[in-house]
Design a protein around this ligand. Structure first.
Ligand code: ZN
Length: 349
């Protein structure tokens, strides 16, 4: 049996078992037996909720449809206690555990739809949220690298591409689905770990190699958009997400330090308020980077963690775990449950 089938079968059974444990109360029992009960918080991570034509240009892995997002917001308003990230951090700094069913909403990367689509929905339901901005991309209102790459692949003229990475040279036949999937995966892996300059060079090579027929529309906020967001929706908090959205674990120490400082400084300069919170790009972090975030003046940081998806009174506030928001309503109640932890959460992966 091919590996992918085996994996799918395992995932399917795991999720069924997880749903059963949730429905029968076995999950809640385990939480009580383990101690601490249901106290804790889930931090949800979103990216884009682009609607209409714009969604064709966003990598589906970073996208929740707008209609689904609205349903999720309605569910959270009715069945969960949504608090601002700052409120939860203040609670943790006092040594208190979040109340059962606490949820924090966060967005990464500064998508324009966060202003046009997300903010009105959250305002209607009275839900606070934090948006983490990579400030260099906001300076240039530049489309995220992943959506640039995605668009080039989707609108390509070329049917072959040659790509060099640290494992050598690869030639992919883009008319074959498996080759195309592998090419996209390999190229995204190179772009993710590249420096800002290296990434620019790679994107240009990709542009020249694939010859896309279309460019994405404006997908990223400018500083004017960010200021509009802050003025019109005061329940939105702005956080830092580096300047160049690079993998800090692959970045020389001094440059990493300036990513924290420059990002913080730029947000203060453009919005009038210093950001309190930070999120590590791609969740990649280390103990040194966590210390740098604290030294730069951030009160908390998302990313890393000890594998537990639930934030508890003893969780390191510079290694806050997050749960990626699903693109459907299916299992949303289970994913946002603080009883769903440890063995049960691993079953659903
Ligand atoms: Zn990001």
């Amino acid at each position: 049996m091919p590996q992918s089938w085996k994996r799918r079968l395992r995932e399917d059974y795991g999720r069924r078992l997880q749903s059963l444990a949730h429905a029968t109360g076995a999950m809640r029992c385990t939480a009580w037996l383990r101690g601490g009960g249901l106290r804790g918080a889930i931090i949800l991570m979103y990216h884009s909720v682009a609607e209409g034509d714009a969604r064709r240009f966003v990598d589906p892995r970073n996208h929740v449809p707008a209609a689904v997002f609205e349903q999720q917001a309605a569910f959270l308003a009715k069945h969960r206690t949504v608090v601002a990230l700052s409120q939860m951090i203040t609670m943790l700094q006092r040594g208190d555990a979040p109340a059962p069913g606490t949820v924090v909403i966060t967005f990464d990367d500064g998508y324009l739809d966060n202003l046009t689509t997300v903010a009105p929905v959250l305002k209607r339901y009275g839900l606070p949220a934090t948006i983490f901005l990579p400030t260099g991309y906001i300076d240039r209102a530049e489309t995220q690298w992943i959506d640039q790459a995605y668009t080039m692949f989707e609108r390509r003229l070329a049917n072959r591409i040659t790509w060099n990475d640290n494992r050598g040279e690869h030639c992919f036949d883009l008319d074959r689905p498996e080759d195309r999937r592998m090419a996209y995966q390999a190229i995204c892996a190179s772009l993710l770990t590249a420096s800002a300059d290296g990434r620019r060079t790679m994107l240009q090579l990709l542009q020249d190699g694939l010859g896309p027929t279309e460019q994405p529309p404006k997908l990223t906020m400018s500083w004017n958009d960010v200021r509009t967001l802050v003025l019109q929706y005061p329940d939105f908090d702005i956080g830092g997400h580096t300047t160049e959205h690079i993998d800090l674990t692959q970045t020389p120490v001094e440059q990493a330090r300036s990513e924290f400082h420059n990002c913080r400084h730029r947000i203060q300069e453009q919005t009038g308020r210093p950001p309190r919170h930070f999120s590590f790009p791609y969740g990649r972090t280390s103990s040194t980077l966590r210390m740098m975030a604290a030294d730069a003046g951030f009160d908390s940081a998302c990313g890393g963690g000890n594998g537990d998806a639930v934030v508890r009174s003893f969780t390191d506030i510079y290694a806050l775990p997050r749960v990626e928001a699903p693109a459907t309503m299916k299992r949303f109640d289970i994913l946002t449950s603080t009883a769903n932890t440890g063995f049960w959460r691993r079953l659903g992966r």
